[in-house]
Design a protein around this ligand. Structure first.
Ligand code: AFP
Length: 287
């Protein structure tokens, strides 16, 4: 079935130039909200429609779930061993107005959704940065591709999260952080002059900083939102799979994100990912 995974990644790569070109003229918010109660941009819906149509057309893909849709969409007739894809079509779409980085996240599961991250067979993100890249983990091997005219071209194989942390980014408002999170950031991170703040408002752009330079990205538990903001199926699991495949560590504050038992499709979770030693210290601080 690895040919199905390859085809999913090829389709996402082929669609990336159209998503990127489609951003122009789609910066306005629609009246509808997504299932997480967030305003949708025309660009969100455009990317979602392109990816749903093309991913469900792949023989071997049984269903499509999206951060922008309340329910899973099932392909007509599919075999029992088919895969189930979960997509955040345009992660960081609020960055479109300010022309900052955004991306697409995809997880390929071997179980119907919602499913634990342990059921991922692949995770990938496309980063619409100065250049368009894809970072993909397949069977725990992480590869970075440059997407050139819809083709994936290997740029870096055996990608690993650096052991020495140099960047950090925590989402949410500082006054809304819990005491444990604030204490960790102040005492364990800001006191270390080798670690610099890098937070841009699009998870995959901030995660790509951590994959490149080492450190931690988090959208933590908040006093106002103990489950944080990010979604297990569409953000936490695929990114956790990529980070762990690259030798880093993911956590919800207590356990690997991939072990979180989801009870509903749009369930949220606190997210802490990055250099293993730093995430271990963070888990100890939150215990
Ligand atoms: P949008 O897709 O609505 O811009 O949200 C992006 C996101 O889900 C994730 O990519 C960011 O890390 C996080 O939200 C940013 O949230 P804040 O705007 O609260 O910092």
């Amino acid at each position: 079935m690895s040919e199905v995974v390859d085809r999913v990644l090829d389709v996402v790569a082929e669609t990336a130039p159209e998503v990127r070109e489609g951003l122009v003229g789609r910066r306005e918010y629609e009246t509808s909200e997504n299932p997480s109660g967030e305003q949708m941009l025309a660009a969100d819906r455009y990317a979602d429609q392109l990816l749903e149509e093309r991913l469900l057309a792949i023989d071997g893909v049984a269903s499509y779930a999206s951060e922008e849709r309340a329910d899973v969409v099932h392909a007509e007739g599919s075999s029992a061993d088919a895969y189930h894809v979960a997509v955040d079509p345009l992660d960081g779409s609020s960055n479109l107005k300010s022309n900052n980085a955004m991306g697409t996240i995809v997880g390929v599961y071997d179980e119907p959704l919602p499913a634990r991250g342990e059921h991922l067979v692949a995770g990938a993100y496309v980063l619409y940065g100065p250049i368009t890249t894809m970072t993909a983990a397949v069977h725990e091997e992480v590869t970075e591709y440059v997407i050139d005219d819809g083709e994936r071209r290997v740029d870096r194989e055996g990608v690993t999260v650096p052991d020495d942390p140099t960047v950090y980014g925590f989402g949410g408002r500082v006054p809304d952080w819990t005491d444990d999170v604030e204490r960790f950031v102040r005492e364990e991170i800001e006191s270390d002059d080798s670690i610099k703040l890098r937070y841009g408002g699009a998870m995959i752009a901030d995660v790509n900083q951590v994959v490149t330079y080492g450190g931690v990205f988090s959208y933590p538990e908040l006093q106002s939102a103990p489950e944080g903001k990010l979604r297990v199926q569409f953000e936490g699991n695929p990114i956790g799979y990529i980070i762990e495949s690259a030798g880093g560590k993911s956590s919800n504050g207590e356990q690997s994100l991939l072990s979180v038992e989801p009870t509903e499709l749009h369930q949220r979770t606190p997210v802490y990912v990055g250099t293993t030693s730093l995430i271990e210290r963070l888990e100890a601080a939150l215990a």
